[in-house]
Design a protein around this ligand. Structure first.
Ligand code: GRF
Length: 203
């Protein structure tokens, strides 16, 4: 019997990546997976409302002036309570403390709207556009203790068109993100990979 994989989604805003993952799970495109909990550090995040509307467990766990480690401990406790085995950051706008990362070794994914290691940090699409890149894209990677840095699971690339501005480019990158996250989760949950140094490859 195949075991059910339990996903925990962390978000802070719009939640379009969460919605894409939820659609994939509902359509059976991510085999043997369910979303066990959606957590936001912002109570008014549209993504959290979208999770409730889908009858998923949706929790707001705000920092409320607590130190990062304390806030993260509350989130880790909620993830454990819901027996999450893969954490997916989907527009979660906070750095994770080392103890959070150590609680889920190689079990936290993030999506970033650039071809890492180019343009880590905020506003990656605008940074990339202004830099004059010709190929843009997105990266799904494991989270480690450095920002936008862990082992890369997959990337998707698109050309920058002459007619693009930063907004149209961001929108086309986002379409790729929605495809990439499902694919990356599937690959990780399959367990059919090895990590050699920084290289993630099929086993
Ligand atoms: C995405 O561009 C993602 O790559 C970045 O934050 C944004 C979140 O968008 N980490 P959404 O909330 O998933 O719509």
């Amino acid at each position: 019997m195949s075991t059910m994989h339990r996903l925990g989604i962390l978000l802070s805003g719009r939640g379009s990546n969460f919605i894409a993952i939820a659609d994939s799970v509902a359509a059976g495109r991510i085999p043997n997976a369910e979303i066990s909990v959606v957590i936001s550090n912002k109570a008014d995040a549209p993504g959290l409302a979208a999770a409730s509307a889908r009858n998923l467990t949706a929790l707001a766990i705000e920092a409320n002036g607590r130190k990062r480690a304390e806030h993260d401990a509350a989130i880790v406790a909620a993830l454990r309570e819901h027996r999450v085995d893969l954490v997916c950051l989907a527009g979660y706008m906070r750095l994770l403390s080392p103890s959070f990362i150590q609680a889920f070794p190689q079990r936290i994914l993030n999506i970033h709207p650039s071809l890492l290691p180019a343009f880590p940090g905020l506003d990656a699409q605008h940074q990339a556009f202004e830099y004059g890149i010709k190929i843009a894209g997105c990266t799904v990677h494991f989270v480690d203790e450095q920002l936008d840095h862990g082992v890369i699971v997959l990337q998707r690339a698109i050309p920058v068109e002459e007619s693009d501005d930063a907004q149209t480019l961001s929108a086309r990158i986002l379409e790729q993100e929605h495809i990439a996250y499902t694919e990356a989760i599937k690959r990780v949950l399959s367990g059919e990979y090895v990590i050699e140094g920084r290289r993630f490859r099929k086993r």
